[in-house]
Write a protein that binds this ligand. Structure first.
Ligand code: CA
Length: 225
């Protein structure tokens, strides 16, 4: 899952980036309105959620939100706002935002709201399974035959992406776009390293791998159990 944060207050921005990366999200950050809108509209970046500050240098959060919707982009948007009147909230939602949260907010609350939006988007699926493996997105755990498997955040994010697309081939470039952030240099060989790590942790000795290599294209988790 990939997130865009548009926030000019450095302390909040860093706090959000750190927290969300720890949760396994790939996070891009813009510290002004113009850059935020540019990233949001660039077709290379397909964000799953955008966190938008209200008061920003350059363009305001409202203007960014309106522009995104004008381009018919349906990406869920959450406003981060210091304004706290009901009118402001209504205005925020009328611009096409999906939700808003008032500063100061707790990280847990923000995370819960992000998960709600992702759940709506993905038709409420929060538990994924394949073979002996189960992944619970909300609890952020992966189990093999009911036993907990320790994954790094990137391993978790990669497995999540493959499971969300179970039965489909996940192209290498798409994997990079969804699991790594914009600062990544697009050397897709890093995927193989992570796939190998996942296989070591998830596969049974002597049995076919959970993750199939689709030569020259990418990877796939089969739907057939
Ligand atoms: Ca601000």
């Amino acid at each position: 899952m990939r997130l865009l944060i548009v926030e000019d207050e450095v302390s909040i921005a860093n706090f959000l980036c750190e927290g969300l990366e720890e949760e396994g999200f790939a996070v891009d950050l813009a510290d002004n309105g113009k850059q935020g809108l540019q990233l949001a509209l660039d077709s290379i970046n397909e964000y799953d959620v955008i966190l938008l500050d209200w008061m920003l240098p350059g363009l305001s959060g409202i203007e960014i939100c309106r522009n995104i919707r004008r381009e018919n982009k349906t990406v869920p948007i959450i406003f981060l706002t210091a304004k706290d009147t009901v009118d402001d909230a209504v205005f925020g939602l009328e611009t096409g935002a999906n939700d808003y949260i008032r500063k100061p907010f707790s990280f847990e609350e923000l995370l819960a709201r992000i998960r709600v939006l992702l759940r709506t988007k993905e038709n409420e699926v929060v538990v994924f399974g394949a073979g002996n493996i189960q992944m619970d997105i909300e609890k952020h755990v992966v189990t093999k035959r009911g036993r907990l498997i320790e994954l790094t955040q990137k391993e978790f994010a990669l497995l999540e992406y493959l499971l969300r697309n179970k039965g489909k081939v996940c192209r290498r470039t798409r994997i990079i776009e969804k699991v790594w952030d914009i600062h990544f240099d697009y050397d897709t060989s890093v995927i193989d390293v992570y796939i190998n790590a996942l296989r070591k942790k998830l596969d049974e000795t002597g049995e076919p791998s959970l993750i199939t290599t689709v030569r020259g294209v990418g990877y796939k988790i089969e739907t057939v159990e």
